[in-house]
Design a binder for this molecule. Structure first.
Ligand code: HEM
Length: 501
């Protein structure tokens, strides 16, 4: 047996022994023991199927900042924090000291040179190009009509079909299809039509789920282990490699061909192609860059929005009083949702009137932030406002999930779904600083799609809430998935019943 295999076997036996020991040894604290050699890895292994809840327990017990010790020589030490003062410091005040860094890039290698991996000049290029596209006068008009078209021709026929047939179905899957089609249309100018009654299997659409789970594992496992799995082509790494192939197969054919882009056709890929041409890269580089850019934007637009909608509907289905308040607001503010036999389109201005629905969506984002954690690496050593010292290139994990569940931030009722939390005394939407509510990130790297996501989510949510009664399927348990995007682990199984409106 090779020395490496003996080492792996010994590590496995020791971890199992420590896990067994810590199970039998009753302790009042949930803080993990720091074992010689293995550090806190056994505690992490024991909680590996409830990683976000575990982080929240650690952070509640340690005033919002916890120093995790990994096994010796594995470079797994990390500082985990949910302290708003630290967030403000890292994301805004000392932003230049906290780039995404090489560790982040290694984990998210699948995104290549896309915006999420980029720092400094490349990041500025991405941000400038995306912003100028989104600030174009046509952007919101086109967004409104394309989202509405998806709702009218994709979503409503499917929901009508399921409700007429009284079929149970997974609402999360429907949302993922809808947001996938929409973001592909916006970025690639191609609608793959995954949202249709026969629920077609589109490999690229499903590949996102495999990829995001594997990416969380790369945060937890020592780099040597996931690299070994990748090399052997096993486990989640195998799925990530397959997902990579599915993305490439889908995106490359959509990339515009050799000829120069003269006109400003309204899709992001062309806007980037035009901007990139001005930088004079080779054709090969350009194609790879456009693939990375598109994939990153598809990640940004598909999973976040569909995850927020999924948790919104779970929260509504388990809180009927809030559901009727949202319905009342839609009826009052949007008057008749119906125009003859057709559902009525409502625009960006009208969607801003839906203050209670906005509060409900914000609650969904607070309790189940789709991007559950962030990863930073300081260039220079630093001292955080919490008093913790951090070394250069060390790992800092910011748990957005835990932040929404801290009594110290949101008060004693922090675990309750209360859309009122987001309504001011004058009946307007209440704004919270992003270092307290970082679902869309904070500081210069704040999400560029926030407005766009709210419009899309309001159109979809208002249409469903107004037209259908939603029941959860009995016995189906709903809990967050261990992944970098906080999807519902086994989906959201529901039954719909059409309302008489
Ligand atoms: C509910 C929906 C959404 C949520 C919760 C959300 C959240 C976030 C978060 C947390 C980040 C920071 C990620 C990081 O730096 O690693 C981010 C960045 C970003 N988001 Fe969103 N997002 C949403 C929807 C969208 C949509 C629809 C788009 C449109 C394409 C979008 C585009 C972007 C872009 C381009 C960035 C990168 C910003 C930068 O690094 O400068 N997002 N978003």
């Amino acid at each position: 047996m090779a020395i490496f295999e003996i080492f792996l076997l010994l590590t496995f036996v020791t971890i199992s022994f420590c896990v067994m020991l810590s199970k039998t040894w009753k302790r009042s604290s949930s803080l993990p023991t720091n074992w010689p050699l293995l550090g806190m890895l056994p505690g992490l292994a024991q909680n590996s199927r409830r990683i976000h809840a575990f982080a929240t327990e650690l952070l509640s017990e340690s005033n919002g900042t916890f120093e995790f010790k990994g096994p010796w020589f594995c470079n797994m030490d990390m500082l985990i924090t949910s302290d708003p003062a630290n967030i403000h410091h890292i994301f805004s005040k000392n932003f230049s000291n906290y780039p995404k860094g090489p560790e982040f890039r290694k984990i998210f290698e699948i995104l290549g040179d896309g915006i999420f991996n980029a720092d400094f000049e490349l990041w500025e290029f991405h941000r400038r190009t995306t912003l100028s596209f989104m600030n174009h006068e046509k952007f919101y008009t086109l967004l409104e009509s394309s989202v509405w078209e998806k709702v009218e021709t994709g979503l409503i026929p499917i929901l009508d079909y399921f409700s007429e047939q009284r079929i149970d179905f997974d609402l999360q899957d429907i949302f993922q299809r809808l947001t996938f089609d929409s973001i592909c249309k916006m970025v690639l100018d191609y609608d793959p039509g995954s949202l249709s009654t026969d629920l077609p299997y589109v490999p690229c659409e499903k590949a996102f789920n495999d990829a995001i789970e594997a990416l969380l594992h790369r945060h937890i496992l020592p780099e040597s282990i996931w690299k070994l799995q990748k090399w052997l082509g096993i486990g989640k790494e195998r799925k990530l490699t397959d997902a990579w192939k599915a993305f490439d197969k889908f995106i490359y054919p959509c990339i515009p061909s050799k000829e120069k882009t003269n006109d400003f056709n309204f899709n992001l890929l062309k806007a980037f192609k035009k901007a990139y041409e001005e930088k004079n890269g080779s054709l090969e580089e350009q194609r790879n860059f456009l693939r990375d850019t598109s994939l990153s934007l598809m990640f940004a637009g598909r999973d976040t929005t569909s995850t927020c909608l999924t948790w919104l509907f779970w929260l509504i289905a388990t809180n009927p009083v809030e559901e009727s308040k949202i319905r009342e607001e839609i009826e009052t503010e949007l008057k008749l949702m119906k125009n003859g036999n057709k559902w009525r389109f409502f625009n960006v201005q009208e969607s801003r009137k839906l203050i209670y629905l906005h509060g409900a969506l914000s609650e969904s984002l607070r309790l189940f932030p789709p991007v559950a954690l962030e990863h930073k690496a300081p260039i220079l050593p630093d001292v955080l406002p919490s008093g913790n010292h951090i070394q250069e290139n060390s790992k800092v994990i910011i748990s957005f999930y835990s932040m929404g569940r801290m009594e110290s931030i949101w008060g004693k009722d922090c675990l309750e779904f209360k859309p009122e939390r987001w309504i001011s005394a004058r009946g307007r939407t209440k704004h919270e600083p992003s270092y307290k509510f970082p679902a869309f990130n904070a500081g210069p790297r704040t999400c560029l799609g926030k407005e766009m996501a709210f419009i899309q989510m309001k159109m979809v949510a208002a249409t469903i809430i107004y037209n259908y009664d939603i029941q959860l399927v009995k016995g189906h348990s709903v809990s967050p998935r261990d992944s970098i995007i906080l999807q519902a682990k086994d989906g959201l199984k529901v039954k719909l019943c059409k309302r008489n409106v």
